[in-house]
Design a protein around this ligand. Structure first.
Ligand code: NAI
Ligand code: MG
Length: 392
């Protein structure tokens, strides 16, 4: 039997993860679950938010289902570290970034798909004054390990860095700026990683019947890095004659986000651009309660809702948060391991609950979060799970 490493993490991660397991069980998915420690608690107690034992579990079982973690600024991190560990050289590092780097989880997939009847769906005014509700069905492939988020950056860059940069004539414009007054973040794009993300995007489009793949970059300005991605995109596209290759500039894409989002199938972009577009599209389909994601490497894959630990709601019992983003992440996990039938059944059940509209979490009712949302008709997290299970 397959083993899934569940990493609830902090705050509402601890609420939505067990709900996902309950749903997976009810849907007939047979698996063992091994608990992996991750998050703020382990930073405070052990000085490491991603303990080695959790890394070992992921190495062994390859598939992780992750809730959310809390992270806090440096001062708070230092203060909350166990007194016996303070002053011993521990420094906080995000366990999510650590996981991505350790296992080279370079392909981030973020589907943004509207559910019929979701009151949070984007609507658009038509010329005759009536409204239309475009059904968005876009899957963003975000390069997850390099680009602007690779972390190769300096404030007050050392002389060797400046010397190297000055081999580029464009640096003349900065010749008079003292290094202490300069910050530099690099955007590094490699052929291998670009090929992997673009190929993954085309393969996905082929498997799930999307008609176009859009490279969303800015090659007219970022001539080297965006230029490389676009060139590779053109080469790979030749292998998929049935799928159209489109290209958009990131800025224009954000403008078109509300004009014609329903036209875009699969979108592929560098790390930061992918981060931006996926949040933009997620807003059209209901936001954080619905936004799911996968981080896929050559061996290990980790599935997670894109929301954080929502600390202001973690103590509410019963919980008010929407577990659907987590459920959809679990469905991505099922599809990744070939359990497409169970995934399809769960997604159908979720769609039915949303369309029926009887059971809604507070966010779906556009309420301000708090213990009083139940009086106003919102369901609990657990009731949402029950409703989905009842529809299976
Ligand atoms: P957040 O995603 O936790 O919350 C943002 C807003 O959305 C809050 O109003 C929250 O209550 C609401 N929300 C989040 N998930 C929801 C759900 N499932 N249903 C209904 N409402 C939901 O982001 P925030 O507040 O910026 O960060 C809180 C903590 O989470 C921080 O420590 C941050 O570092 C961490 N974080 C962790 C992430 C991860 O684990 N992947 C991602 C983003 C933030
Ligand atoms: Mg983001």
């Amino acid at each position: 039997m397959r083993t899934i490493v569940t990493m609830p993490g902090d705050g509402i991660g601890k609420v939505v993860t067990p709900e996902a397991v309950r749903l997976l069980d009810a849907a007939g998915f047979k698996a063992n679950y091994e608990h992996g420690d991750i998050g703020w608690e382990f930073w405070c107690k052990e000085g490491n938010a991603l303990p080695q034992r959790t890394i070992d579990l992921l190495k062994e079982h390859k598939i992780g289902l992750f809730g959310a973690i809390t992270s806090k600024p440096k001062d708070a991190a230092d203060k909350e570290l166990d007194p016996s560990l303070q002053g011993k050289g521990y420094s906080y590092f995000s366990p999510i970034v650590a996981m991505r780097q350790l296992f080279n989880l370079d392909i981030c997939t973020r589907p943004c798909i509207s559910f019929k009847g979701n009151p949070l769906n984007f609507i658009r005014k038509k010329i005759d004054g009536t409204f239309e509700e475009p059904m968005v069905n876009t899957v963003i492939f975000r390069q997850n390990t390099e680009g602007l988020y690779a972390g190769v950056e300096w404030t007050n860059p050392p002389k060797v860095v400046r010397d190297a940069l000055e081999t580029n004539p464009k640096m003349k414009a900065f010749a008079h700026v003292p290094s202490e007054e300069m910050a530099i973040s690099t955007r590094i794009v490699t052929k291998k990683a670009s090929e992997r993300i673009i190929r993954a995007a085309f393969e996905y489009a082929k498997q799930f019947g999307y008609k176009n793949v859009t490279i969303c970059e800015k090659p007219n300005v970022l001539r080297e890095t965006s230029g490389m991605m676009f060139k590779i995109g053109k080469q790979i596209a030749k292998e998929y004659p049935e799928i159209a290759l489109w290209d958009t500039n990131i800025d224009a894409q954000m403008m078109w986000l509300t004009k014609n989002p329903e036209d875009y199938g699969v979108i592929v972009a560098e790390n930061m651009f992918g981060d931006i577009i996926s949040d933009g599209f997620a807003g059209l389909i209901g936001g954080l309660g619905f936004a799911c994601s996968a981080n896929i490497g050559e061996e290990v894959a980790v599935f997670e809702p894109t929301h954080g630990s929502a600390p202001k709601y973690e103590k509410l019992n019963p919980s008010i948060v929407n577990p659907i983003a987590m459920f959809m992440s679990a469905c991505m996990m099922l599809e990744h391991i070939g359990e497409n039938e169970i995934a399809a059944r769960i997604k159908k059940a979720i769609s039915a609950v949303i369309e029926e509209g009887k059971v809604r979490t507070y966010d779906m009712m556009k309420l301000r979060g708090g213990a009083d949302v139940f009086e106003k008709g919102a369901c609990t997290t657990q009731q949402m799970t029950d409703a989905v299970i009842a529809k299976l």
